[in-house]
Structures are given as C-alpha cells and as structure tokens.
Design a protein. Structure first.
Length: 287
C-alpha cells in the first residue's frame, strides 16, 4: 500500500519555531523542519522506513484511514450485538427494551404468584360467619299435642380466626311483602346488635317462640320468614357481609276443610324450613 494513502498533517510549533509533521496512522512518529514541504517529506520517509521494518518482521501494518472507509462491511470488527447494522445504536436500544420487557414480565408473574399465595393463606386463616337455623317443637307429654315451636338462628364462625366488630340487623314475619323468596329485601327496621365471635364460636341472634295461633297462620298462609344482615371484620382488617333468610312453612292445608281440622294438622304435621332462594349470600355474592 503506498505511503501517500496515509493521513499526514503539518502544524507550526511556536515553541520549536519550526513545522511539525505527523501521521495519523502512526501517532508516535513526527518530523520537525523549518520548511513545511521538507517536514512532509521527512515524515513520509520515516513512515516508509517504519512500514518496511514492520513488513520485515512480519508485524501488522496499519491500514490507512482512507482505505478503511472502503473496506467491505463484514471485514470490520463489530460487537456481537451489532448484527450487521451500520449504526448499532437502534439494535442495542431494541435489545435493551426487550430485556427490560422480559424483566417486567417476570416481575409481574412473581407478583401474581405471591398475591395468589397470600390470598390463599388469608382465605385459610380468615373468619367465616354464617347462619344456622334450628326449629324445634315443644309437646304436651300428656296429650301428645304441640304447645309451640321454637325458632333459633345462630351465627357460627367456621373460620380459623376471630370475627370482630360483628353487627347484625334482623327482621321478618308472616306473609311479609315483598316476598323474600322472589326478590331481595332490604332490612331497614328490626332488632340489631353487635359482638365478637371466636373461631368455631356460636352467637344466638334470634330466639322466637311460635304459639299455636301463629302456627295456624303459618299453615294457612305462605309461611313465616326470618331474615338478617350481618357485617364483620376478619383478622386481616377486611370487611365482610353475610345475609340469611329462613322460610318456615307448614301444611298441607285445604281451605275446604272445617276450621276444627287445623288443630289436627298442627299436632300431626311438623313445621319445616328452607333457606330462601334470595337473600342468602356472602361477600361478593351480595353485591
């Protein structure tokens, strides 16, 4: 390769009072001369001798800057992330964005798994308050007749932690409107109370006596309803709600029967109950 392809430069040195010639490809070489042209000739000579020495010893001879610009793209040394691009910045930015997206995705999955694990642990340890209905008769042992029926509704905590700040409101009656079997009923009036319920604990909220006269009304009508709304907090300070509705019914009754037949029906056929199709829910099911 001709030495003239190298990049030469001549500058004036005020300190030396002469011209200084240098070669960009050989930054350690220089030539000082009072004449500018002679300075160029001098540095070219030194470069030529240096190239010959490198060739003789088998060492690598630097390419000229001008020739480097015209070398094939694949002959240039590039980092692995260049991917043959003339400008590596866009590809590097793309790789960085992909890596960042991957980190965010992994973080999201980890958060999702931890959240589900935490929710599962809370579900296993939280309080669950539900209503248990008990319907029992009181009979006259000498006459084998029914004196009354007793209806008890007990709140039961089936969970593994304490239910605190329990508040309830209860209501009901015979042939109430609207019918709780057919639509949701908002209990605005009725008895209320509050308390705390330990794990596996029970708390009675309704203890109602149904006398024979009321039993007759239940048998002849649609029945009686006992409703309640319960709110409470679990050990994790999460709020919950439970609604219950019990339908007390009797019968069968035929309006063509004589009025005296009602006593026979009361004594021979027990009252029963079922949980209403509506107004029985917990938490999100009550929304």
């Amino acid at each position: 390769m001709p030495n003239r392809h190298y990049t030469y430069r001549v500058t004036w040195s005020a300190e030396d009072g002469e011209f200084v010639a240098t070669c960009a490809e050989f930054p350690s070489l220089s030539w000082i001369d009072a004449d500018e042209i002679e300075a160029i000739r001098g540095i070219r000579g030194v470069v030529a001798e240096t190239v010959e020495d490198l060739r003789a010893t088998g060492e690598a001879i630097p390419d000229s800057i001008a020739d480097r610009k015209h070398l094939p793209q694949e002959s240039l040394s590039k980092p692995w992330w260049w991917f043959g691009q003339r400008d590596p910045i866009p590809m590097f930015t793309l790789c960085l964005a992909a890596f960042t997206f991957l980190l965010v995705l992994v973080g999201f999955f980890q958060w999702s798994i931890l959240s589900k694990t935490d929710e599962t642990l809370r579900t296993g340890q939280r309080a669950f308050v539900g209503a248990v209905v008990e319907l029992t008769p009181t009979r006259d042992p000498t006459k084998s007749t029914i004196d009354l029926w007793r209806v008890r509704v007990v709140l039961e905590n089936s969970g593994n932690s304490e239910a605190t700040n329990i508040k309830w409101r209860i209501g009901g009656g015979i042939d109430i409107l609207p019918n709780p079997e057919n639509q949701e009923v908002d209990i605005q009036y009725g008895d209320s109370g509050s308390g705390v319920l330990l794990p596996k604990g029970r708390l009675q909220v309704i203890d109602s006596i149904i006398q024979r006269s009321k039993i007759a009304e239940i048998i002849k009508g649609q029945g009686a309803y006992f409703l309640g709304t319960v709110t409470y907090e679990d050990a994790f300070q999460q709020s919950h709600i439970t609604k219950f509705c019990a339908h007390i019914y009797g019968g069968p009754w035929n309006n063509t029967l004589p009025a005296t037949s009602i006593d026979t029906v009361i004594d021979r056929i027990d009252l029963g109950f079922n949980m209403c199709r509506h107004n029985n829910c917990a938490d999100h099911g009550c929304k």
